[in-house]
Design a protein around this ligand. Structure first.
Ligand code: ZN
Length: 499
């Protein structure tokens, strides 16, 4: 180990510890913390964040980083120093006062957004949103390289190597091919019956089947736990402690697929090797790569007919009155039903990326084209009508549905769609090298999981998503795989004739 890198260790461990504690509080807040904990716990979290900030921006740290640059580092050390430098750059370029103001604004912003959404009152949130956009642009301008566009700075935070040029092409392809395909599908008038997915599905039975499925796809309950929260999410402390949540309602498919989705995130984090965990490169490579894994498990595996062959009987025997009379074919059609809708998180696999496309176009307008915040509800509604054929009747089911902007996250949304597209490219490649559906039919998911571990999970953040995609499939990112996957799947499912 290089000398300077060795001296850097205690600082890195300290920063990691503050970060882990913060994440654990966030998890606790969403799951088990009592109602009254909020304000007092925020103070604790605020202190932890400040301590983290002071470790990272400690001048000894920047001196050691400089020395590291003069010594020979191994690839892991090299990657850790690179991540550290990026983190330092992000934190250091913002004046401390502005950083504090922004932190306050986002914490208030989330509260104001929640109220505005409840009251269906956009005006209540608009002034805060305007300030959030201004701060975001200002912070991005501090970090922009010569000639770099502000939205590109933001996009780079979530997905390295995917700037507006690449994304315009990606979303352009989706728009050009999926919008007419969807229109065709809707106009075909084919109806899929899915009423049996809604009903008196007891929570304890949903939990039991959720645990069964999580374990079946590879979630290790010795190294993870599952809890309940309002919105499902995954928290990763390190590779021996990965936590998922789900929520229950009378639509049984909601919890089943959220469990498989979060298991995909968790399996990724559980697959990070011991040498990398608890370091700056010991997490998934990017937002998009994470979504590629969760959506791969949820959709490409979980909504695949072959997946259900060995396990549909287990589901039926857990819910004999609800599903006893439903054939597996009917069930598989129902869980893949397409319905253009207003809410992104409830969207089906086909229309999902169009929800993301709308957000991408709007963020670009906000950050790059000076769109007035006041115009947002109308722009939003018009785009939903144009691409999905539905129009929100109020802002709660329109522009106020997502929490992201209230937290100051701009540039995050594209990763959701990119993840799905990465997954489809992996799938196309894997099908050439293994009997994918045969493995699912025989319940041998471990072979698929092991393949993903070898090609993706074990690298943590050592490689970018784009590099991993290239190294595995031998090809750069190519959105056509995603379009082909979707159009083939739904042409067959809906019995459409190829156009
Ligand atoms: Zn996810």
């Amino acid at each position: 180990m290089s000398k300077a890198f060795e001296q850097l260790q205690p600082y890195l461990e300290k920063a990691q510890a503050f970060q882990t504690a913060k994440v654990l509080f966030e998890w606790d807040n969403e799951t088990l913390a009592p109602k009254t904990a909020g304000a007092a716990t925020s103070k604790v979290v605020g202190t932890l964040s400040a301590e983290y900030f002071s470790v990272i921006t400690d001048e000894k740290v920047s001196r050691l980083v400089e020395e590291c640059r003069k010594e020979a580092l191994n690839p892991v050390e090299e990657a850790i120093v690179r991540e550290l430098e990026e983190e330092m750059e992000k934190l250091e370029c913002i004046p401390a006062g502005e950083y504090r103001e922004f932190a306050q604004l986002t914490s208030e912003g989330t509260r104001i957004w929640a109220e505005a959404r409840k009251e269906k009152d956009f005006e209540r949130f608009a002034p805060t949103l305007k300030k959030l956009v201004e701060y975001t642009k200002k912070f991005a301008s501090y970090r922009a390289k010569e000639g770099q566009k502000l939205y590109d700075v933001l996009l780079d935070d979530y997905e390295k190597g995917f700037d507006m040029k690449t994304l315009d092409e990606f979303f352009g392809t989706l728009k050009e091919q999926l919008v007419p395909f969807l229109k065709n599908l809707v106009e075909s008038g084919v109806k899929i019956e899915d009423g049996f997915l809604t009903g008196d599905y007891k929570e304890e039975d949903q939990e039991a089947i959720g645990r069964f499925l999580a374990e079946y796809v590879g979630f290790d309950f010795d190294r993870g736990v599952m809890a309940v929260s309002a919105h499902p999410f995954t928290t990763n402390l390190h590779n021996k402690d990965v936590r998922i949540t789900t929520s229950y309602n009378d639509h049984v498919d909601d919890s089943l697929f959220s469990v498989i989705h979060e298991s995909g995130h968790a399996i990724y984090e559980m697959g990070i090797p011991d040498e990398l965990t608890q370091t700056l490169v010991g997490q998934g490579a990017s937002m998009g790569m994470h979504e590629s894994q969760s959506r791969f498990f949820e959709n490409i595996i979980g909504r695949n007919e072959a997946f259900w062959i060995p396990v549909y009987g287990t589901l039926q025997s857990r819910f004999p009155s609800q599903l006893g009379h439903v054939t597996m074919e009917q069930f598989v059609k129902a869980i893949n039903k397409v319905e253009p809708s207003l809410i992104r998180t409830q969207a089906d696999e086909l229309t999902y990326s169009l929800h993301v496309l709308i957000r991408y176009e709007i963020e670009k307008m906000l950050i790059e084209e000076g769109l007035d915040v006041e115009e947002l509800p109308k722009v939003w509604a018009d785009k939903y009508e144009e691409y999905l054929g539905v129009r929100p009747k109020d802002v709660a089911e329109g522009v106020l549905q997502d929490i992201h902007w209230s937290q100051g996250s701009f540039g995050y949304f594209p990763s959701y769609a990119l993840g799905s597209a990465f997954g489809a490219q992996f799938y196309a490649y894997m099908k050439k090298h293994m009997d994918f559906e045969g493995l699912l039919k025989r319940g041998e998911i471990s072979v698929i999981r092991e393949f993903l571990r070898q090609h993706i999970h074990q690298y943590g953040k050592l490689k970018t998503s784009r590099q991993m995609l290239k190294d595995m499939t031998g090809e750069d990112f190519n959105p056509q795989y995603y379009i082909d996957y979707l159009t083939e799947k739904y042409t067959k499912l809906y019995g459409l004739t190829e156009a």
